[in-house]
Design a protein around this ligand. Structure first.
Ligand code: KG4
Ligand code: ZN
Length: 336
């Protein structure tokens, strides 16, 4: 079964063609990073306008990569939540038009569940497992029993970890998006040169909660301390110590959940799953076994959307053309 996947929830316009949830024929991603870089972050109005300009071209380019034509598609999978409302609506409109034109089913996909699915495209991963989704918009921990059934164990109470990387990189004048740049600088620095506060929530509702706004503030508010040049105050040392603090909290909480729930498998996805220190730290552990997607499937892409849509379709989860976009999901209420 060939599924056309559409992703436009934030600043990547992406179209994929995926067969039976696993075989990727095309996964075209047009990033808007250069459009948003002058503003050091995603500008929602600009993002939706760029999707409008780009998405049709990305669709054509995905089909050009294959010998397939539009009528070969059996169903359309589209992200409808969460994300920037204007951006979601552009992808949703394309999805509905395609499904109506070719009279094929429309499958609504949650962007976060699609991230959770991404490592399953390349690996056969056992269930139940603990899933960690870490990106520019989300820091979430799940207990997953199947591709489509997950319960939320915990989340950040304020900033997402990727957002924190981006803001600290801005402070250090490194550029946007900050995650890959901090990752690069950190390799040249000493992770123990500064002791930053742990991004853990002081009064947690669940044992699996993070708080990244304090970590960011402690660096930005003590700027004189860090920006006074001396042998220790280098960008490399700051990046390395920050990265250690931000990432150690992710691994500590994820490993704690695996132990508490007796899970031997950890699945990590989202843009921050590209981080080399996170990957190395988890690979050093004997238990649990950690699974990551390739970097191009960690950041926003439509292959993970088309992949998950296949399993949702198998369960009969098909939408009608009245499907609407939802910008947010009420995460705190979902915590057990
Ligand atoms: O999943 P994604 O493409 O978009 C969202 O759904 O947010 O994630 C983008 C985020 C950005 O905050 C970016 O700085 C971060 O992922 N990121 C990284 C790395 N590569 C991307 N963070 C830390 N280390 C990296 N190597
Ligand atoms: Zn994402």
């Amino acid at each position: 079964m060939l599924i056309l996947g559409i992703e436009s929830s934030c600043d990547e316009s992406s179209i994929a063609l995926v067969e039976n949830g696993k075989k990727i024929y095309a996964n075209e991603v047009l990033s808007q990073i250069r459009d948003h870089a002058p503003y050091w972050g995603v500008v929602p109005e600009l993002a939706s306008r760029k999707h409008l300009e780009n998405l049709n071209g990305v669709l054509e380019s995905a089909f050009r990569k294959t010998s397939m034509c539009y009528s070969d598609v059996d169903a359309v999978g589209v992200v409808y939540q969460p994300g920037l409302i204007g951006s979601l609506l552009v992808g949703l409109t394309l999805a509905k038009t395609f499904a109506f034109q070719y009279d094929i089913p429309l499958v609504a996909v949650n962007h976060i569940e699609a991230h959770l699915y991404a490592p399953h495209i390349e690996h056969d991963i056992p269930f139940p497992n603990i899933g960690l989704v870490v990106s520019g918009g989300h820091t979430l921990l799940f207990d997953s029993v199947s591709y489509t059934q997950h319960s939320i164990l915990g989340s950040t109470v304020d900033d997402a970890v990727g957002e924190c990387f981006d803001k600290v990189a801005r402070f250090l004048g490194l550029g946007y998006p900050g995650g890959p740049l901090i990752d690069h600088e950190a390799k040249k620095g000493d992770p123990n040169s500064f002791r930053f506060p742990k991004p853990r929530f002081k009064k947690p509702l669940s044992p699996y909660q993070w708080s990244y706004s304090g970590l960011k503030s402690s660096i930005v508010h003590h700027r004189e301390k860090y920006l006074t040049p001396n042998a220790q105050n280098t960008k490399e040392n700051l990046a390395s110590s920050f990265q250690k603090s931000a990432i150690d909290a992710l691994t500590e909480i994820a490993l704690q959940a695996c132990q508490d729930l007796k899970r031997n498998t950890l699945v990590v996805s989202g843009g921050v799953a590209c981080n080399s220190y996170l990957r190395e730290s988890l690979k050093e552990q004997n238990q649990p076994t950690s699974y990551f997607a390739s970097p191009s499937l960690c950041t926003d892409n439509a292959a993970m959307v088309a992949g998950l849509a296949y399993w949702l379709f198998q369960e009969g989860k098909i939408s009608n053309l009245y499907l609407d976009a939802t910008p947010k999901i009420p995460i705190p209420e979902l915590i057990k």
